[in-house]
Design a protein around this ligand. Structure first.
Ligand SMILES: *Cc1c(COP(=O)(O)O)cnc(C)c1O
Length: 428
């Protein structure tokens, strides 16, 4: 009896699509999602008690490994003292100080409960601070599901976007311009024409929601220079990359100082915690100091703050990112070597503990357009064959993958052995 199948059928009776977040439904790869019962270190076990080496890591948060004993113990201890107070706590100062020390551009920070809230609030703040309505995002970047951000590109460079979801008024999407990632010329032209009316530009500083796509140094430098010149707020959406690609986030690798930064995923260590912060003069516009309203009953929740603080403590230990990056490199170089051996066209790329796989690509994708030309059908076959072998990659060709500190050299080697078998079969 397959428990996953049985549970999926039950779930679909009560929960739309059987899931509480769409990509979990396996829509783009087909088949039955695994219902996870428990996780430990680098592995998850489903309701059949089948084990998977996990390269999803809860979509990023599980960077120290699932159910890390120190994180679990810390959360258990604070839970004894109450789950939520709706009043300030000392722990919030501790985590704000840790964020400020690790990511110095974040002079002041506000805690929220999801990445969506963080980006939505940061955009409202940028609009309130500048007194402007227009925002720019890049095609293929995901910043959560608030109305202004569920927008796809319009038909021309300066035509505003269209809603990419039902329920989003076209009037809202008219304030969002969608440009191509890494397209410096389009950015320059847009700023030359309407720069002084743009409230903010929001960017994933390594795009991880269209697989992994890296920005060029030229593009990032132009972005920083243009936004500074026009008084436009530059928002680095580091919900995925924060504490994931490096201790100081993508901004520390790029040497770029954004005006605002959003964080999530790793910062909560698996609990609902996210944050936005940055320049103190901009943050001073947020209520109760300023007139830009923002609030949350569970914001700064003591359990979430505790899980986050302990996770941030662990990632600061000696050699943490060196080891994480070495394991990620081992996986990526290994996969590429195995693919080459079997004549399968596959490229891989990585930064810190985050990686991309591009089937059918002969060069690394620079944009969403490039990603759309990769071989999603081949990815799908690879995905399912690996899952049958006990290796879980993200169930979409458009998602980045993640490793944790618990992904040992042996587990990565075991993954590569399975990939060898799978790619031999796919090539044959
Ligand atoms: C996951 C993600 C979000 C949304 O975070 P949620 O906690 O899912 O609301 C926003 N931005 C980026 C870059 C993300 O990867």
């Amino acid at each position: 009896m397959n428990r996953n199948q049985e549970l999926f059928e039950q779930a679909r009776q009560l929960i739309p699509g059987g899931v509480n977040s769409p990509v979990r439904a396996f829509g783009s790869v087909g088949g039955v999602p695994r219902f996870i019962r428990r996780a430990k270190g680098a592995c998850v076990w489903d309701e059949n008690d089948d084990r998977y080496i996990d390269y999803v890591c809860s979509w990023g948060p599980a960077i120290v490994g699932h159910a890390h004993p120190e994180v679990v113990k810390a959360v258990q201890e604070v839970a004894e003292s109450g789950l939520s107070f709706g009043a300030p706590t000392a722990g919030e100062i501790d985590i704000a100080a840790a964020i400020n020390r690790l990511v110095p551009s974040v002079e002041q920070v506000r805690l929220v409960s999801s990445g969506t809230e963080a980006t939505m609030s940061a955009i409202r703040l940028a609009r309130g601070f500048t007194g402007r309505d227009t925002i720019i995002k890049f095609e293929g970047c995901y910043h959560g599901h608030s109305d202004s951000l569920l927008v796809k590109a319009g038909s021309g460079l300066l035509t505003f976007g269209n809603p990419s979801s039902g329920g989003v008024p076209a009037d809202f999407s008219r304030h969002t311009l969608v440009l191509r990632y890494n397209d410096t010329a389009a950015l320059q032209e847009t700023f030359a024409r309407i720069g002084d009316s743009i409230a903010c530009v929001i960017i994933e500083p390594f795009a991880g929601n269209m697989n992994l796509v890296k920005p060029s140094a030229e593009f990032l430098q132009a972005l920083r220079a243009l936004t500074a010149r026009h008084g436009t707020v530059l928002i680095y959406d580091e919900v995925m990359t924060g504490f994931r690609v490096a201790l100081g986030g993508a901004q520390s690798l790029h040497g770029i100082t954004p005006d605002l930064t959003t964080m999530g995923k790793v910062i909560g260590g698996g609990m609902p915690l996210a944050a936005f912060g940055g320049r103190a003069d901009i943050m001073a516009k947020i209520s109760p100091l300023g007139d830009v309203y923002q609030a949350g009953t569970l914001s700064g929740n003591p359990l979430a703050v505790t899980a986050g603080l302990k996770t941030l403590e662990i990632v600061q230990r000696d050699g943490f990112y060196e080891q994480l990056t070495a394991r990620t490199r081992q996986l990526c170089e290994g996969l590429q070597a195995v693919a080459t051996r079997h004549g399968v066209l596959l490229l891989t790329d990585y930064v810190g503990g985050m990686f991309g796989m591009y089937f059918g690509a002969d060069k690394l994708p620079q944009s969403y357009d490039d990603m759309q030309h990769t071989d999603a059908a081949l990815f799908k076959r690879f995905f399912h064959a690996m899952l049958d072998e006990g290796v879980a990659f993200a169930p979409s060709a458009f998602e980045a993958g993640f490793l944790s500190a618990a992904h040992s050299e042996d587990l990565v080697n075991a993954t590569l052995d399975k990939a060898d078998k799978v790619l031999a079969a796919l090539a044959g």
